[in-house]
Write a protein of this length. Structure first.
Length: 364
């Protein structure tokens, strides 16, 4: 474990593409980086990425590089809030930029911290609920319209390919119209590459090692749906440093094991009682039976503050960053209450995240 996590500046320079993706487990796949045909008006973007060759060499040589997590959007659930964007995150590894989930508004949040879509090389999706994927169409589409070189790698659970195929199909009218500046743009389908993962799979993404486990967001870990739709949690490791992202999950032995001795655990939280009380007051059409079903969902497919504190303590993580805030009221109104409940179970540092907050895992 690495102690002394710190906030960091949100600078962003385009990075050179990772050379390949390798997955290990039940399947083995290699995806070569796309060698896009360059046009003169793309030369500036190419030269900008070439300028980072020295940093890429440092990464390849095993030197300690920047390892940072930024919460782009910290809301929880499929409801827009005035002070929290929909779930999305940015993982910075050296000069590389990786999105982890891409809720509505992700492209705009990236712009606020100076990250150009052309520098984003991959998107890891935890699960296929719309609050975690609603901004993916804009990320793919705007990146394609700008004709950035290289393919955007989309990595996610079973069903990800079907979702991306649908998003790409929706871009067909725009592709027919074009943008009126010379030769026709590459077909949208050529701007993305999809890899589907299942729980228990490990992947090397350049110098970054990624492990995925199936969590309990869709039900218990041993349910028959294991071979159908899955909700995943990820561990991102760079040498001895590790960041674990729960995505949406309930209490889970698999997630606890994945998070063992992580430097940073980025986890969801839900205030079940407060949300149910608010729902009963504001949504009179919701029946008692539905409220009972929602209570089960909130407390077994998500993490209450107590459950999150217990998971973090059992896993022995060094630092906890709480996001996907399914809470009553604003972050300012709820953060102290949520943090206090977590600290009843977890005896380490806790940050209740705000949009655009960054935490750096320092070199050992």
């Amino acid at each position: 474990m690495t102690a002394g996590l710190r906030s960091a500046g949100l600078c962003a320079q385009p990075g050179a593409p990772f050379p390949d993706i390798r997955t290990r487990g039940k399947t083995r796949v290699m995806i070569q980086a796309c060698k896009a045909r360059m046009r003169p008006w793309l030369l500036i973007a190419v030269l900008a990425m070439a300028g980072n060759a020295s940093a890429a060499s440092a990464s390849a040589s095993g030197a300690c590089v920047d390892f940072r997590w930024i919460t782009l959007g910290t809301a929880g659930g499929p409801a827009a809030t005035p002070d929290r964007g929909e779930p999305s995150n940015l993982l910075i590894f050296g000069d590389h930029r990786i999105l982890v989930d891409a809720g509505d508004g992700t492209a705009g949040q990236l712009a606020k911290i100076g990250v150009d879509l052309g520098s984003v090389e991959a998107v890891f999706i935890s699960h296929l609920h719309l609050d975690h994927t609603g901004g993916l169409g804009a990320v793919i589409g705007l990146r394609w319209m700008n004709q950035y070189p290289g393919r955007l790698h989309i990595i996610g659970p079973p069903g990800t390919r079907e979702m991306i195929n649908g998003l790409v199909a929706s871009m067909a009218p725009s592709a027919k119209i074009g943008i009126g500046v010379g030769p026709a743009m590459m077909p949208p389908a050529q701007s993305v590459e999809v890899t589907e993962l299942r729980g228990g799979t490990d992947m090397d993404f350049g110098e970054l090692h990624v492990s995925a486990v199936r969590n309990t967001h869709y039900g218990v870990e041993s349910s028959p749906s294991a071979d159908a739709m899955q909700s995943l949690s990820y561990r991102f490791a760079q040498g001895p440093r590790a960041i674990v992202y729960t995505g949406d999950t309930g209490p889970s032995s698999a997630v606890e094991g994945l998070a063992r001795h992580a430097d940073l655990l980025v986890a969801e939280v839900i205030e079940a009682d407060a949300l149910l009380s608010n729902l009963a007051k504001t949504r009179k059409e919701v029946s008692p039976a539905m409220l009972a079903a929602l209570r089960t969902h909130f407390t077994t497919h998500h993490l209450t503050p107590d459950a999150l504190g217990e998971l973090a303590q059992a896993a022995g993580v060094s630092h906890l960053m709480v996001t996907h805030l399914a809470i009553a009221g604003s972050t300012a109104q709820s953060q102290d209450r949520v943090k206090l409940q977590i600290l009843n179970r977890f005896h380490g540092p806790v940050d209740v995240a705000h949009d655009l907050q960054g935490i750096t895992v320092p070199c050992p």
